[in-house]
Ligand binder design. Structure first.
Ligand code: PMV
Length: 326
């Protein structure tokens, strides 16, 4: 790579109040706000250098980027180039420490890391809010991965999206919770979140989802402020199940779950009834994520690992926001 190469690392985040639907598809402006937790240990490193001769080069996990993944990366680096007033070629390399495209928020980590590494490599010194707005253009949920811990992405009101940015609610070390992830399939998802959101918007249940968003956000904010895991778990589970209910009612219908997904949900509910509290959330894929207290991780992880179809189980602690590592 020629030019000053910059490497940034970003963790994934899991939404507890979901982003599901856009008010502007070009700018990735959400129909409603969302609240997430950044997770340690599932991350992407992005290295960007401008000033290379010839054409742009994009590499993902040691392979030349192809298809839609390449297009999204290229359009994103174009945004950085325009912002920095540069016209030179760029070389980009990403390394994933999280399975890609399976509903584990790899695109959130990728675009947060690309926003930080790309802007620095281009000579821009963006503050965290500006980085959040930039990352949002790559993937909506990426705007939240700029920050660590509990994070809220404000819907914003402005048509240009400048007020649709994330902000931290609680630092990663301020509340010790866990998210246990049950991976039920690493096959690529059949419906991207972009297409899923477009379908959802035509669902008869969608207006109710948008109408209830502010109340869900207020409930989650209050639960985080009070460090009330039961209250947060309840609203997180509700938000996830409502998001998936919208898809079921859409035409054509949308269902990201596999059999093992449903079994994991029932297992978590059974444990809860037995006095081991955990609350499920599910994104645009078949994986099940369980919010719980640190002491309950062993029981929950063991129970999920025993569900037929579960490939592996991970336990994540709250993670830091995106950072430059080289
Ligand atoms: O940021 P996108 O376009 O990958 O959409 C993310 C959608 C969900 O993960 C399902 C919900 C969320 O808020 O992260």
């Amino acid at each position: 790579m020629s030019g000053q190469a910059v490497t940034a690392r970003s963790n994934v985040n899991v939404a507890l109040v979901k982003y599901w639907g856009k008010r502007d598809t070009a700018l990735n402006l959400p129909a409603s706000g969302s609240i997430s937790l950044t997770l340690d240990g599932l991350y992407i490193d992005a290295t960007v250098a401008f000033g290379a001769s010839g054409t742009d080069r994009f590499e993902i996990d040691g392979e030349p980027a192809a298809g839609e993944e390449r297009e999204r990366m290229a359009s994103f680096l174009d945004l950085v180039r325009v912002r920095a007033g540069r016209a030179d070629a760029v070389t980009v390399r990403t390394t994933s420490h999280v399975p890609r495209g399976v509903g584990l928020a790899s695109s959130a980590a990728a675009f947060a890391a690309l926003a930080l590494a790309g802007s620095r490599a281009a000579g821009l010194a963006l503050d965290a809010t500006a980085l959040s707005a930039l990352a949002r253009r790559g993937s909506g949920s990426a705007c939240r991965s700029i920050f660590g811990g509990f994070v809220e992405w404000r819907r914003g009101e402005l048509a240009d999206g400048s007020d649709s940015v994330a902000e931290p609610l609680l630092a990663p070390d301020a509340w010790d919770v866990r998210v246990v992830v049950a991976v039920t399939s690493t096959a690529p998802k059949s419906v991207s979140s972009r297409v899923g959101m477009a379908r959802a918007a035509a669902s008869p249940l969608y207006p109710a989802w948008v109408a209830g968003a502010d109340a869900d956000l207020a409930e989650a904010r209050a639960a985080i402020r009070a460090r009330d895991l039961g209250a947060l778990g309840e609203i997180a589970e509700h938000s996830a199940l409502e998001m998936h209910a919208i898809g079921l009612a859409a035409r054509p219908p949308l269902l990201y779950w596999r059999g093992a997904t449903v079994e994991c949900v029932h297992r978590v509910w059974q444990l809860r009834a037995e006095g081991v509290p955990g609350w499920v959330t599910i994104d645009a894929g078949p994986q099940v994520k369980v919010l719980c207290a640190p002491a309950d991780v062993p029981r929950i992880a063991e129970a999920l690992a025993a569900v037929p179809g579960v490939e592996r189980v991970l336990a994540c602690v709250p993670g830091q926001g995106a950072e430059v590592i080289g």
